[in-house]
Design a binder for this molecule. Structure first.
Ligand code: CP
Length: 302
């Protein structure tokens, strides 16, 4: 069964095919039968971009979205994640999109026979965020080989950092990290830690991350101003960036903490492009798991 729990579920060929199809999704039309296919969206953690872009992707594909409200559901009476999803499968959903605070929550769902699309599992993975980040980098640089991506900030607690570092290395990009020493994680950085000033001078992509206060509460004891001055992409640091270099951020942005407010919509920023790419990638992933498209054979976009 096709699933997307982590990017390990995809061969590099399947991953490239999804990126290729995502690029075509602005104009693609899908044939639908009389009964729309239902997909359930289960968000156990807050979300704006992932939740709304999955809903938009489902709408644009002609699918029916079943919005599952955790707060008014029997989850409040102790229903397990497995029993919730088994119920949705039984009543006719053909796939589920799940964001959950527990890392690798999908490990307890082996007996579910509809595809699970991971919309973020704790500090584990965020595969559709990585796919939209890859699409954005590919649209900019065409190939990944040799592109220097610096991931900056709260590396240890970020599912985006972990997933992106793994897949970008596999695709041949050079991946470095910058940020507070306490938030570096050798299993992610593999020793490639540089200063913020070196980062801005050498990066093709500055990928800024939000401090994940929901996972470690105290923001490391940093005041917003001290953090911004030491580890943020300030207006002065942006001036040191290479001419062609771009700024990315999975958002939400904490303005004037990891990124100066003036830079959120500057010419280098691809933050809002990432969001539209999120719809395209999620359409491509839904089409992939529901077999709405053929992904085994494709023409390379480049
Ligand atoms: N980037 C991202 O996952 O944003 P949301 O938490 O708003 O979905």
């Amino acid at each position: 069964m096709k699933q997307l729990r982590t990017l390990e579920d995809l061969s590099l060929e399947q991953l490239e095919a999804i990126l290729y199809k995502a690029n075509q999704m602005e104009t693609a039309l899908f044939k639908q039968g009389d009964t729309p296919i239902s997909v359930a969206n289960l968000f156990f953690e807050p979300s704006t971009r992932t939740k709304c872009s999955f809903e938009m992707a489902q709408k644009e594909l002609g699918l029916h979205s079943l919005q599952f409200d955790v707060g008014s559901s029997s989850v409040q009476k102790g229903e397990t994640l497995y029993d919730t999803i088994k119920t949705l499968e039984t009543i006719g959903c053909k796939a589920v999109v799940v964001r959950h605070p527990e890392k690798a929550y999908y490990d307890e769902l082996d007996n579910i026979s509809i595809p699970i699309i991971n919309a973020g599992d704790g500090a584990g993975d965020h595969p559709t965020q990585s796919l939209l980040d890859l699409l954005t980098i590919q649209q900019e640089f065409v190939i990944f080989q040799g592109v220097h991506v610096v991931i900056c900030g709260d590396i240890r607690h970020s599912r985006v950092a972990r997933t992106n570092a793994n897949i970008l290395r596999k695709l041949g990009a050079k991946v470095s990290f910058a940020g507070p020493e306490d938030w570096m994680d050798e299993s992610i950085t593999q020793g490639n830690v540089i200063s913020m000033d070196d980062a801005v001078k050498s990066a093709d992509v500055m990928m800024m991350l939000r401090i994940q206060t929901e996972r470690h509460g105290d923001a490391g004891g940093w005041s917003k101003k001290d953090y911004h001055d030491q580890f943020g992409l300030t207006v002065d640091r942006e001036k040191m960036m290479r001419n062609h270099a771009i700024i990315m951020h999975p958002a939400p942005v904490n303005r004037d903490v990891e990124l100066a407010s003036e830079l959120v919509e500057c010419t280098r920023s691809r933050i809002f492009k990432q969001m539209r790419n999120g719809v395209l990638v999620r359409k491509a992933v839904l089409a992939y798991v529901l077999d709405l498209m053929e992904v085994k054979t494709y023409e390379r976009a480049i």
